[in-house]
Design a protein around this ligand. Sequence first.
Ligand code: ATP
Length: 445
Amino acid sequence: MPPDEDEELLDATATLQRGRAGQVRMVLRVLSGAEAGKAHPLKQGTYTVGKAPTCDIVLTDKAVSRQHLKLEVHAEHVVATDLGSHNGSFVEGLRFTAMELRPGSVITLGTTELKLVPEDTRERSLPLSSRDRFGALVGTSRKMREAFTVLERLAPGGADVLIHGETGTGKDLCAEAIHQLSPRAKGPFVIVDLAGVPSTLIESELFGHVKGSFTGAQGDRAGAFERAQNGTVFLDEIGELPLDLQPRLLRVLERRQVKRVGGNDYFTVNVRVVAASHVNLEQAVQQGKFRRDLFHRLAVLRVTLPALRERPEDIPLLIDHMLKLMGRQPGALSDQTRALLMQYPWPGNVRELRNVVEQVVNLGEEALPDLEAPQGADGRKGPDLDLPFKEAKEHLIEVFERDYLKNLIERCEGNISRASREADIDRVYLRKLLRKHGLDPSGEP
Ligand SMILES: Nc1ncnc2c1ncn2[C@@H]1O[C@H](COP(=O)(O)OP(=O)(O)OP(=O)(O)O)[C@@H](O)[C@H]1O
C-alpha cells in the first residue's frame, strides 16, 4: 500500500516544535526510503533535512548528506535550498540549488522521495457537512456529506484537485462546482475530455500548436491551458493521457509553463487544474500506465464521489431533484416505482437513474425498464419473488417507506414539521408512518 494510503503517523516530534510559529499548514510526507510513511508537519519557520541526528527531519539514507537541504516554510509556499549536498536535490528530475515548492511537489534526496502536501486532507478525519448540495450535486448520505466537506474546503483555494468516481457519479458536475465556488469563477472553465480526443490530437488540444507544425495545423491555435488563463482547466479521464505526454503535463503543473506544438517559446499560464478519472490511478501507476510523479502531483487534493449503490438513501432525494428539474411534482412517480428504483444497484450510477426517471416520466410507468433487483452491495435483497404477489408488493413498499422516512428524518434533523413540508405529507400521517417503523424522533409510542 503506498504511504499516502497508509495510516500514517503525524510525526510531531519535539525537535519540530522549536522556534516555529502559527498553525501547521503543510506536511512533508516521506514516500520512499527507510522512513517511508512518516509525515512531518511544517509550521512557518526553517527546517533542516539530512542524515545528521541534529537535523529537524532526519533521513537515514546513505545517499543523503548530513546537512542536505534547508526548507523555509512560509504561509503558502516553501523555499527549498540545497546545502551543498554531495548527491544533489531534485524536483521533477531536475537538480536545483534553490527552488520555490508548491503543495504536491515531490523532492528527491538520495533515494528518498518527499512530498509536500497541504495539512491533512484525508476525508475520514473530516466532520460531516451540513449541506445537502454542492453546486449541482445533491445528496444527504454520510458519504456525500463527507465529500461535500472536502469540497467546501478545497474549492476556495487554488490547489489542483483530482476527482475519482465511477462513471455517472457526477465528476463533471463536481469539477464545475469547484470552479464556480472558487475565486476563479469569473474566469473560463475549459473542459478537455481526454477519452474523446483522438490520441494524435491530445497534445495540440492541451498545449496548442503553431501553423504548419503538423498536417492540418493551418493556423496558430492556443491550447486548453492558454484558453483557461485565470480560470480552470478540467481534464476529464486523465488516465487516458498517453505516457509520452505525461512529462509535459507534469511540467505545466510544476511550473505553469506551456509550449505550443512546433513552437519555441514557453507561455506562463495562471490556471487551476482539476482532473478526473473513473479508473484507479494508483493501480495504473503500478501497471506502468501512469507516471508516479504525475500521479503524486495531481493527487495533492483528492475527492472521491461514491457509487450510488453505496448510498441508496440518496435515491429519493435524487428522484425529487430530477423531477423538479423536469418541472414535475414528486407525485409524478408512484410509490411502487420509487420502491423499485430504491432496490436497483445502478451500475451507471446517477446518470442511469436520471435516464430511467426521464423515461418513466415521459412515457409512463409501463416504460419502466426491467430493473432486476440483484442483491445490493450492502447485502439488501430485492423483492422476494416466491411470495404471493400482494405480500411481495407490500414487503417492497415497507422497505421503501422505511428507507425514505429514515433519510427524511435524518435530513430534517428530527423536525417533524419540516419533514412534513419537505415530503409533502400530512403531519399526522407522517407521525403515524414514523411510529409504524419505530422512527418517531420524539420516541412516543
Ligand atoms: N450528486 C448528483 N446530484 C444530482 N445530479 C447528479 C449527481 N451526480 C450525477 N448527477 C447527474 O448525472 C449526470 C452524469 O453526471 P456527470 O456527467 O457529472 O458524471 P461523470 O462522473 O462525469 O460521468 P463520466 O465518468 O461518464 O463522465 C449529470 O448530468 C447529472 O444529471
